[in-house]
Ligand binder design. Structure first.
Ligand code: PLP
Length: 395
């Protein structure tokens, strides 16, 4: 067989890349696009528009020719706004001048940290969000996927201890609070329990708090408040201000660590985009943003309550999510038990797309993730279709 030149070129890829597979969530979500009349509750993206006062800041930046390189850490104005935001909202202390990098979304912040710390065989334990595992592999590390399904999807100190005891190359742990895909949040007590295990180690805590503003009951608690020397906080404007396409994130941590991270960051992105930074500054610092986010949060909560109630009526078991905008629901016993097959069957029979839980790692099998970052009318239609599906199966 004569191999084409293009096929031969495939040899150029790194050993690490060969272990990386495309996101099953995005693959599925794109694959169902061609299905006529498809209703998708797949992607976790706010359906709201960017609030007007935030948009205007981007427009003003463009009009005033704010078109040159800033510095790689991001504009000082935005770092100051981020610093004050983290202080006011979560009582975190990060100096704008030395402890904060502005990144291309939370995604680049994660990448920068993992690329900076990983050597071959280093291990990164985490429950959930699939990007973590793939980014760990791209950077030559080994993800350790912790199954937390038995503990209502909360990482317990016992499970953390056990993971540390049985893995000897752990450099960092990624905690996602509030969590994608389960919507669980960690209480102060739960965080303190993890702190008691981690404080005597040199394991870096990578705390992905991108959904922090979307915490429904109680206050968001950051683990960085208890172990600041050992934690990096990742946050951003994507979810709370419906700015996913602006691509602005925040990486905050101890000065010495941030200096190192800035090496990778500056070489891969040079600087973030100025109009997006101008908008993010307003998002973090204006009073109007508090109002617009509160309004979105109220809508999400209303949708969550509607969806959880409807799913329970259809005999899906689920924990009421206290954060983010997903419901992680257990497929009822009388439906197809393989979650991937079930998700495909839902598309075939009633043209409804939700994400199969097994894509989120062990513990996700048998579950689906339903995003409620969608208008009420869409959720009502989704429930009508699910009811119709149940009618077909349970006739
Ligand atoms: N972290 C989690 C847990 C997410 O769910 C997402 C987006 O879905 C991200 C990070 C990415 O955020 P950003 O759009 O700011 O890169």
């Amino acid at each position: 067989v004569i191999m084409s030149k293009e096929a031969k070129m495939m040899d150029i890829f790194s050993a690490e890349l060969k272990t990386v597979t495309p996101s099953p969530i995005h693959t599925f979500s794109e694959a169902v696009d061609h299905v006529p009349n498809i209703l998708k509750l797949t992607i976790g993206e706010p359906d709201f528009n960017v609030p007007e006062h935030i948009k205007q800041a981007a427009v003003a930046a463009i009009s005033s020719d704010d078109s040159h390189y800033s510095v790689s850490a991001g504009t000082l104005a935005l770092r100051q706004a981020a610093s004050q935001f983290l202080k006011r909202h979560y009582d975190l202390n990060y100096r704008a001048t030395t402890d904060i990098l502005i990144t291309i979304g939370a995604t680049e912040a994660l990448y920068v940290v993992l690329a900076s710390i990983l050597d071959e065989n280093d291990e990164i334990p985490t429950p959930a969000y699939p990007v973590y595992a793939q980014m760990t592999r791209i950077n030559g590390g080994q993800p350790v996927l912790i199954d937390v399904s038995d503990d209502d999807f909360v990482l317990t100190p016992e499970k953390l201890k056990q993971t540390i005891a049985t893995h000897h190359h752990i450099k960092a742990i990624i905690i996602n609070n509030p969590s994608n895909p389960t919507g669980i949040t960690y209480s102060e007590t739960q965080i303190k329990a993890l702190v008691s295990v981690l404080k005597d180690t040199n394991i870096l805590i990578i705390s992905d708090e991108i959904y922090s503003e979307l915490t429904y009951n109680g206050q968001h608690e950051s683990i960085a408040r208890y172990l600041p020397e050992q934690t990096v906080v990742i946050n951003g404007v994507s979810k709370a201000y419906a700015m996913t396409g602006y691509r602005i994130g925040v990486l905050a941590g101890p000065t010495l660590l941030i200096n190192e991270f800035n090496k990778v960051h500056s070489f891969i992105i040079m600087t973030p985009s100025n109009p997006a930074m101008a908008a993010a500054k307003v998002a973090f610092s204006s009073q109007e943003s508090l109002v617009s986010t509160a309004k979105m949060k109220q809508d999400y909560q209303h949708r969550r309550d509607y969806l959880v109630k409807a799913l329970k009526q259809l005999e899906f078991e689920c924990i009421v999510p206290n954060g983010a905008f997903y419901v992680f629901a257990k497929v009822p016993d009388d439906f197809i038990q393989d979650d991937v097959a079930f998700a495909n069957d839902l598309v075939d029979k009633v043209q409804l797309a939700v994400v199969a839980g097994s894509g989120f790692g062990p513990g996700g099998a048998g579950y689906i993730r339903v995003s409620y970052a969608a208008a009420m009318s869409k959720l009502e239609e989704a429930v009508a279709r699910l009811t119709c599906y149940a009618g077909i199966i349970r006739k």
